[in-house]
Design a binder for this molecule. Structure first.
Ligand SMILES: NC(=O)c1ccc[n+]([C@@H]2O[C@H](COP(=O)([O-])OP(=O)(O)OC[C@H]3O[C@@H](n4cnc5c(N)ncnc54)[C@H](OP(=O)(O)O)[C@@H]3O)[C@@H](O)[C@H]2O)c1
Length: 243
């Protein structure tokens, strides 16, 4: 098989991009940029309402309502696609993750969604791909743990380890992980003080601001179009892991 070239044009014309978690935030911004680059886009998420709203915002795209931890549903999505070129997994929620204070069901759900969910997608998508890319999303909590988040730290550390092994197992399909810092998306809009929290973090960052979903989406697009990038973890955090 001939190696995949880097696309200097950045064009994804005629290519199928699937974004799991594409109905909001980073995934929605990635779907928007992929559409603008000419791709045919499928977005997936749990809420049909959120998917419909995202579809209206994007214009033309296909949608699939599913939970990433549901192996059969993920399998069915990819089974019906005639072609898959790039897959982005940005599905994820936050919640309690302390190891001792939570029951095993809560902890298993985190691993089901973050690690087994990613594995579900790889197992369903990779057999349909002849080249292209798969990109996972991790989080700053791997390098900078916070009290109450240990299960997320562990599950996402595994998601950062996957590309190193999968870049070999799935070649020539390229596999990478993007690790965002604090990004202003609906995920962060919890509690009455979310704006103050974002402002405080912005002031501490070398970049002088928190991220926008588009900051991360641009890197997702770069990973689709640069045929020489594989097995990498790319931090897009405004310098946040140093402060
Ligand atoms: N925003 C940040 O500051 C930040 C920082 C570091 C890492 N991240 C990571 O980046 C990723 C994207 O976050 P975001 O900020 O874009 O969040 P967001 O705006 O809340 O979007 C999350 C997306 O994932 C979907 N989703 C959530 N759980 C799912 C599941 N079990 N199965 C399928 N889809 C699911 C959501 O739709 P439904 O709810 O309808 O399923 C939504 O489309 C997440 O993995 C997050 O942990 C974010």
């Amino acid at each position: 098989m001939s190696p995949e070239p880097s696309l200097a044009s950045g064009s994804l014309e005629g290519q199928r991009v699937v974004v799991i978690g594409g109905s909001s935030g980073i995934g929605l911004a990635t779907a928007r940029l992929a559409r603008a680059a000419g791709a045919d886009v499928t977005i997936a998420g749990r809420s049909e309402d959120r998917l419909r709203e995202a579809q209206r915002a994007l214009g033309e795209c296909d949608t699939a309502a599913l939970d990433i931890s549901d192996e059969a549903a993920v399998g069915a999505l990819f089974a019906e696609l005639p072609r898959v070129d790039h897959v982005v997994i940005s599905a994820g929620t936050l919640g309690p993750g302390a190891i001792v204070a939570n029951d095993m069901e809560t902890l298993r759900r985190i691993v089901d969604q973050r690690l087994w969910g990613a594995v579900n997608v790889v197992r369903a998508a990779a057999p349909k791909m002849r080249s292209g890319s798969i990109t996972f999303t991790s989080g700053g909590i791997v390098a900078r743990p916070r009290v109450g988040g240990a299960m997320f730290t562990a599950a996402l550390a595994a998601v950062e380890a996957l590309p190193r092994a999968l870049a070999l197992e799935l070649a020539p399909v390229r596999v990478n992980t993007v690790t965002p810092g604090v990004v202003d998306t609906p995920l962060q809009h919890t509690g009455d003080d979310w704006q103050a929290r974002l402002d405080a973090r912005a002031g501490a960052l070398p970049a002088g601001r928190v991220g926008a979903a588009e900051d991360i989406a641009q890197v997702m697009l770069m990973l689709m179009t640069n045929g020489y990038l594989t097995g990498e973890v790319i931090h897009v955090d405004g310098g946040g892991r140093f402060v």
